[in-house]
Design a protein around this ligand. Structure first.
Ligand code: SF4
Length: 311
């Protein structure tokens, strides 16, 4: 039958407000979250003692801001506690670790050890390595397992059109320290993404699954990084033992010699020997210091240091 008129523009129903799009109420979920947090605290899940009692440095501080590490070593009180969301994210990571370690034990039996403890830099440093595996092909492998958000995972496996990026610098450093302390032949950094990537993309990136990736490094690659990080930790302890605080610097994220000069913007500045600024940049889009447990303390010290310099 021939079409007599075009009614495609006609309104089929009177325009109404979408009844589903109402503002969130926060009646129950926020209370559930608070209750979860109370139970999490009561169960002692927040208490994370050093791997070996008496050590002053944790391996998990690898790659962190030197000033932040010094605050930890000095036993400073946290001025900026993580939100419930932050603890929730951490717990998701812990649960994923426990599952993965359980899988390794079932699959590999005596060829693997989970939560392997070791000292480094004498007894001043201690760490847990997530997994040690004896393998015919690689010898002793120290695994650093990391849960990561979907974006970070995509960047790491080269799906963000920036090329292959590999694991994050601090994850690599932490793994390198563990592998070094356990005298491993290889370091394996394994990522578990909290969001699946498209199966086709996973295939294109050469991944065996949509949420896991791993990178293997021989001793000659990881050992120099571990040694440099141990040297940095030692320098931080020297600052602390001398009653001073180290500069606000973070390895791998800013050029050597650069300092954080604007905590609110997580901005670093590099100066030449005459004091002239030669380069600047921001960390994590200006949010790095926002996630630090000592932001308020650090800002107060910054003001005091600036006052001393001026007077
Ligand atoms: S607020 Fe920033 S500069 Fe200060 S200790 Fe924390 S990470 Fe370092």
């Amino acid at each position: 039958m021939a079409i007599k008129a075009d009614h495609s523009e006609m309104q089929l129903a009177p325009e109404t407000v979408n009844p589903i799009a109402v503002p969130p109420t926060n009646e129950f979920t926020a209370r559930f979250a608070e209750h979860w947090m109370d139970e999490y605290k009561a169960a002692g899940r927040m208490d994370k003692p050093h791997a070996i009692e008496g050590s002053r440095i944790r391996g998990s501080w690898a790659g962190k801001c030197a000033r932040q590490i010094a605050y930890y070593v000095n036993g400073e009180e946290v001025t900026n506690e993580s939100s419930i969301g932050g603890f929730w994210r951490m717990e998701q990571g812990t649960i994923a670790h426990e599952y993965w370690q359980g899988c390794a034990e079932s699959l590999l039996g005596d060829d693997c050890t989970v939560e392997a403890k070791a000292n480094f830099m004498g007894t001043d440093g201690s760490l847990h390595t997530d997994l040690l595996v004896e393998s015919e092909k690689y010898g002793k492998i120290a695994f650093e397992l990391k849960t990561i958000n979907g974006f970070g995972f995509k960047v790491a496996v080269g799906l963000m059109k920036k090329g292959e990026e590999g694991p994050k610098h601090d994850h690599f450093l932490q793994g390198a320290l563990g592998a070094y302390a356990h005298e491993a032949d290889h370091l394996c950094i394994a990522y578990i993404s909290q969001e699946n990537v498209n199966p086709k993309w996973a295939d294109d990136a050469g991944l065996a699954s949509e949420f896991c990736a791993e990178w293997m490094y021989p001793r000659e690659t990881f050992a120099p990084y571990a040694e440099a990080e141990i040297k940095r930790f030692q320098a931080i302890l020297d600052w602390v033992d001398a009653g001073t605080l180290p500069p606000r610097s973070i390895p791998g994220l800013m050029p050597k010699g650069a300092r954080i000069t604007d905590i609110g913007k997580s901005m670093w500045t590099l100066k030449d020997e005459t004091g002239a600024i030669t380069d600047t940049g921001t960390l994590w889009g200006g949010k790095y210091c926002m996630y630090c447990p000592f932001t308020e303390k650090c800002v107060a010290d910054f003001v005091e240091e600036a006052f001393k310099e001026d007077s």
